[in-house]
Ligand binder design. Sequence first.
Ligand SMILES: Cc1cc2nc3c(=O)[nH]c(=O)nc-3n(C[C@H](O)[C@H](O)[C@H](O)COP(=O)(O)O)c2cc1C
Length: 393
Amino acid sequence: MQLRTPICDLFGIDYPIVLAGMGGASGPELAAAVSNAGGLGVLGAAACPPDELDEWIRRTRSLTDRPFGVDTLLPASVPDNLDGAPRSSSTSGGGGVGGGGSLIPPEVLEARDRFMDEVGLPRRKKNPAAPAAPKPPRMLLVRDFFDAQLEVVLDNKVPVYVAGLGVPPPDFMAKGRQHGMKFMGVAGQARHVAKLAQAGVDAIVAQGTDGGGHNSPIGTLALIPQAVDAAGSVPVLGAGGIGDGRGIAAAFMLGAVGVWVGTRFLATPEANIPSYQKLVLVASTDRDTMVSRSATGKPARMIRAKWGELYERGEIAALPMPLQGIVATPVMASAIANQRADVFAGFAGQGVGLVNEITPAGQVFDRLVEEATALLDGVATLPGVTASRKART
Ligand SMILES: Cc1cc2nc3c(=O)[nH]c(=O)nc-3n(C[C@H](O)[C@H](O)[C@H](O)COP(=O)(O)O)c2cc1C
């Protein structure tokens, strides 16, 4: 049997397997590897400033001539910008990228700095002898930033755009359609699926709570069939905890016609995450993740670590997006620079226990296709399952 669904014709790909747009982690190398293997590679561009996004798209095009996508966030509830918000005077840069320091209660910054000291995480101190560094743009994770990203997506006529949060605006979709672009949205609840379907997207990703990153309260097994019902005629891709052919086959049984796979592609040489995080993924089991607002202000599934646990214990309250990101950035940046997996080890889904080695993305992809095909081939003869109807005796 051939693993083919309407998603393949929609996106011009060989197999209905899509690399999840994972912010920062799904860079050009990983996206191109998945597209070259016959799937759809999607760039995780959530925090990519417009210039960098432009470069990423060019680089992807230099690595593959197959279709690919770009995923950014379009949250409904963020300010247009943080202009006029003076920076905090905190020693470790409470204002951080994007400013907004004065909107953050000083006690939150103090608690964060105390945490860094307690866990022995170096804080970036200002060096008076160093030349002044250029100021980062004051627009991270606010409306102006997201709009500027969409401009880049349109200018580059990216084959597929995915809204990781929120709904792609109608005028953006109308312009994109003139260039033959396709549109998707990610949803974690049936009512969000219905909203995306109504907005006219071409396909919808239904991501359950099992998945890594921004998170739904609904389990994948329960969500997919309800999402399929809510989507009407719009095709649904299942996501969240899908890490091998069994997950793909199960998603198809639930009514999905494609899958959106994230965590499984993180332990690959192509994934754009630090090596220490790849080793943590390989060592982690099904119990090693937690859902926390500590990174972005929205619930996100991540590898269990001390920064998330601080919020779990209620020692600091998480702020809304984008302010929580400003609080968390110095912690996450220092944890990454110092390879402190005990403090922050990145985002991952509950399927992380299926990740047992670091393998090139093309091989991971081929294995997913082989496993799913073999299982779906045998559907009529599942071990222990009799599918034929018998008359009652
Ligand atoms: C490291 C990481 C980063 C993520 N960043 C984003 C993101 O920026 N935008 C987005 O739409 N989803 C993001 N997600 C969620 C994924 O797109 C996807 O829904 C999820 O990985 C699927 O579940 P799985 O990890 O169990 O395969 C992220 C997930 C991970 C693991």
